[in-house]
Design a protein around this ligand. Structure first.
Ligand code: ZN
Length: 197
């Protein structure tokens, strides 16, 4: 395995810590109705690298307003779950970003290790090219890069402009930048078919 962090439980624990702090901001803010938020996690069964994951990765942090008559759902942004795709966000980003950056053999080994089908990879590539570039998140990001990012090379083009010292740090930075995509609570929704991604 050429990307050791992918099998390192500490890497996923770091992502979980970031998710917890994003969730804490939402919980502290409370509901618009003034109600308090109670934990109401969504069960998840993320695919790829199961051996490095633990029980904390089997749910998406989420809240429900405790106020009778409101009960509104508040799901914070996440650096772990990219929308409702069944693979963890880091895997979606990594495999599509490395499209041009690895030899065919190394890339195939990685795809095999992560058990991702060619159809799934294809859908992810379409998602970057067609859905992501229409999102508010992308429009906000795109203006910050000079020279402009080449949209055909997303997310790799974005990943290589970040400052992290190594690939895993840059991936975490990128997942943080993408996290607004992952919440519909007072934010945007990038239309995708949840079950097929
Ligand atoms: Zn409420």
């Amino acid at each position: 395995m050429c990307h050791a962090f992918l099998t390192d439980a500490n890497f996923y624990r770091l992502l979980f810590e970031i998710d917890k702090s994003l969730a804490e901001e939402v919980r502290t803010r409370g509901c618009d109705c003034g109600g308090r938020l109670h934990s109401a996690r969504y069960p998840r069964k993320p695919r790829g690298m199961r051996s490095a994951l633990d029980a904390s990765d089997e749910s998406r942090l989420s809240f429900c307003c405790a106020q009778e008559g409101c009960r509104r759902r508040h799901t914070p942004a996440s650096v772990r779950f990219l929308g409702r795709k069944v693979y963890l966000g880091v895997i979606v980003v990594l495999l599509t970003a490395l499209q041009h950056g690895l030899t065919v053999q190394r890339r195939n080994r990685l795809i095999e290790a992560l058990d991702v089908s060619p159809q799934t990879l294809w859908r992810w590539r379409c998602w970057w090219r067609e859905r992501f570039v229409q999102s508010r998140c992308w429009r906000a990001l795109a203006g910050q890069f000079i020279p402009p990012l080449v949209t055909d090379c997303l997310p790799g083009a974005l990943l290589e402009r970040l400052r992290g010292q190594d690939l895993s740090e840059r991936l975490v930075e990128l997942l943080v930048l993408l996290s607004p995509l992952t919440t519909t609570t007072g934010s945007l929704r990038v239309g995708d078919n949840p079950q097929r991604m």
